[in-house]
Design a protein around this ligand. Structure first.
Ligand code: PMP
Length: 278
């Protein structure tokens, strides 16, 4: 396996950020054999750099690689590469409270393959970019459209891993919703079409009184690292948290709704529009 760092990190060495050469017959271009991660580095007041639970991203990449028939960097290789890339780009980390450095590890089949099969060679690379708020609303409430026609995942599919094709699947629904003024799309499950799944790039939580519900992890939604932390923190604070099927009715009758993710952090949802049947 090759790895790259810009610097970015490519196949084991730090290299300047730039275009990469790839064969037209690479597995990632023809059969979508690609997997990524997203994590953030924050600058603390004391000058130290904080990475939020990077070992969880390493583990999730390993699980995803297994589903996508690719070898994965080990947890140690992943962590070393992330740390080296962040240190090489320390000057790009925004000051405390002004944003963060988004880190994008990418694993892809770059070997040539014509007939449908896993690629014979892989590339692991990391690039970084300073970021601010994900939504144009900042951390003010966002408005979501519940999508009733298009789905991002199906049982037995790849919805539970961070493969590139999952994001290709949401582009149309997300683009249409944004053109109508919505912040993003909330997807429903593809079987009964009445249970919540997740938003294009974050998990969803529904609050009613002292109870917080979030869709359970069953292979069709991404097991979010922020989701897991919020569940632990909410339980510590005395909320009852259920990971279970959550219906559209529960969503519409909720006291509060919020989304979680590395990019969106914790974003409050101010309104939800559901145009389907109840
Ligand atoms: N669901 C999807 C589809 C995502 O892309 C993300 C962002 N990685 C999440 C949920 C949230 O996961 P995390 O908290 O690990 O960023």
């Amino acid at each position: 396996m090759k790895c790259s760092i810009g610097g970015s990190f490519a196949n084991g060495e730090l290299v300047p950020f730039g275009n990469i050469e790839i064969s037209p017959s690479a597995g990632v271009l023809n059969y979508g054999q690609g997997l990524f991660e997203g994590l953030k580095a924050y600058k603390k007041e004391d000058g130290n750099i904080l990475l939020f639970r990077p070992e969880e991203n390493a583990t999730r990449m390993m699980m995803g690689a297994e589903r996508m028939c690719m070898p994965s960097p080990s947890v140690d290789q992943f962590l070393q590469a992330v740390k080296a890339t962040v240190l090489a780009n320390e000057r790009w980390i925004p000051p405390p409270g002004k944003g963060s450095l988004y880190i994008r590890p990418l694993l892809m089949g770059t070997g040539s393959v014509l007939g449908l099969a896993p690629a014979p060679e892989y590339t692991f690379l990391i690039y970084v970019a300073p970021v601010g708020n994900y939504f144009k609303e900042g951390l003010s409430p966002i408005n979501l459209l519940v999508e009733t026609g298009m789905h991002r995942a199906c049982p037995g599919g790849t919805g539970g891993v961070k493969t590139i094709g999952n994001y290709a699947a949401v582009l149309k629904a997300q683009g249409e919703a944004k053109a109508k003024g919505f912040s993003d799309v909330l997807y429903l499950n593809s079987v009964q079409k009445q249970y919540l799944e997740e938003v294009s790039s974050c998990n969803i939580f529904v609050v009613k009184g002292n109870t917080i519900s979030t869709p359970q992890i069953e292979g069709t939604i991404l097991p979010g690292i922020t989701r897991k932390s919020i569940i632990d923190m909410a339980r510590d604070q005395g909320f009852e948290v259920f990971e279970k099927p959550v219906t559209v009715d529960e969503l519409l009758e909720a006291d509060e709704v919020f989304c979680t993710g590395t990019a969106v952090v914790v974003s409050p949802v101010g309104s939800v529009t559901y145009l389907g049947k109840r």
